[in-house]
Design a protein around this ligand. Structure first.
Ligand SMILES: NC(=O)c1ccc[n+]([C@@H]2O[C@H](COP(=O)([O-])OP(=O)(O)OC[C@H]3O[C@@H](n4cnc5c(N)ncnc54)[C@H](OP(=O)(O)O)[C@@H]3O)[C@@H](O)[C@H]2O)c1
Length: 298
């Protein structure tokens, strides 16, 4: 392996990809290259993952030693409506990349989700049987399967992510900022349990995993990472209101009358495999909220 291995981050313009790109860019021991579809600034290469020729061309031009796949169609509602595009982005292009990576012995890291589980039997370990409820989770299971066809590759499953945004509407949590500042009435789900995970913590986990491989430690297969605090969306909204120092009497909890059939209740992930490798960073939710408000100039 070269002394300054190249890390190719696919989807480096997204909520998570930006942090991973930032983390690797700060280490001169790595040569960091990123791709974006529409937001191609900061030297990111333009890549359309729906165009397979484009994937091979970028891969061969960069010739990476590691690839991290952060691109996705992550909206469960869009995934249900636009299944072909979702499958292509979350799985078929991953198959092609996995094949390209295998030829050059470059480990592929596929970012996946806790939505591969139905949330009825927490905690979930990496070996737990996947039981996705919707098409988003199903397509991610297919992406995982293609990734794991080659033994050097890794799948990293994550729960609800929050982090610095480019505009408030970029994530569910930050989309509440302006309504809260305007004291608008907000109604949030108070049923499903979430484990908000700070995007820079995930970036550090990816960085530590790749550094371990670079040092010759065997890291492959399925891993989980998650923040340790448990909140409903309603409780997260209350936390955000406190961080913004605004009143929260207009935030109301929404409790469904019957159990929703399309989203999981509690997908707590067991992260012990990474912890045993001494890998993992957990920013408390309150501190993470303060960081995103500062970083996003809000
Ligand atoms: N966000 C969460 O709460 C969450 C939770 C669990 C797991 N995950 C997983 O974490 C990963 C990252 O999620 P994220 O929230 O960072 O997603 P995101 O903000 O939506 O970013 C998606 C990335 O994919 C790129 N992309 C979209 N369509 C593309 C296409 N046709 N060709 C090439 N690139 C394309 C986007 O590029 P442009 O923006 O430049 O178009 C962007 O860089 C995903 O695998 C997701 O499933 C996310």
């Amino acid at each position: 392996m070269p002394s300054q291995p190249k890390v190719l981050i696919i989807g480096a313009s997204g909520l998570l990809g930006r942090c991973i790109y930032d983390q690797f860019s700060q280490d001169p021991n790595f040569h960091t290259v990123g791709t974006a579809s529409k937001r191609t600034r900061d030297n990111l290469l333009q890549l359309d993952l729906l165009n397979f020729e484009n994937i091979s061309k970028i891969f061969n031009t960069v010739s990476p030693q590691f690839v991290i796949y952060c691109a996705a169609q992550k909206d469960p509602d869009i995934a249900e409506r636009e299944r072909d595009m979702t499958l292509c982005l979350n799985a078929i292009s991953v198959k092609l990349l996995a094949e390209l990576c295998a030829v050059s012995a470059a480990p592929l890291f596929y970012i996946s989700t806790d939505y591969v589980f139905d949330g009825t039997k927490p905690p979930y370990s990496p070996s737990s049987k996947t039981t996705p409820m919707g098409y988003y989770g199903k397509s991610k299971c297919v992406g995982e399967k293609y990734t794991l066809q080659y033994q050097n590759n890794c799948v990293l499953r994550l729960p609800f992510l929050y982090g610095p945004v480019e505009y408030p509407g970029e994530s569910w949590l930050t989309s509440l900022i302006n309504p809260l500042l305007r004291s608008e009435a907000i109604c949030c789900d108070h049923w499903a349990l979430r484990f908000p995970t700070y995007t820079y913590d995930v970036a550090d986990v990816c960085y530590q995993m790749i550094k371990s491989i670079h040092k010759g430690i065997r890291v492959s297969g399925i891993y989980h990472w998650s923040g340790s605090e448990c909140y409903t969306k309603y409780e997260m909204a209350l936390g955000l209101a406190s961080a913004l120092n605004v009143k929260h009497h207009r935030i109301t909890p929404n409790l469904p009358t019957s159990e929703p059939s399309n989203r999981p209740y509690n997908c707590r992930l067991d992260c012990s495999t990474l912890q045993m490798l001494n890998i993992g960073t957990s920013t408390p939710f309150e501190g993470g909220l303060r960081k995103i408000l500062l970083a996003s100039n809000i």
